[in-house]
Ligand binder design. Structure first.
Ligand SMILES: [Zn+2]
Length: 45
């Protein structure tokens, strides 16, 4: 199951929670992002 983070309040949401309503149940925000476990480090060569 995919997890998302609310961009506004930072709470974790599951994709199941967002299937009903694409709204944050905590703050009503509609902007989410997928938190990544591994942060990609980009090196400018
Ligand atoms: Zn929120």
């Amino acid at each position: 199951m995919a997890t998302y983070k609310c961009f506004s309040c930072g709470k974790k949401l599951t994709s199941a929670q967002l299937q009903k309503r694409f709204l944050c149940p905590f703050c009503g925000s509609k902007i989410f992002y997928k938190p990544r476990k591994h942060l990609a480090k980009i090196k400018a060569v």
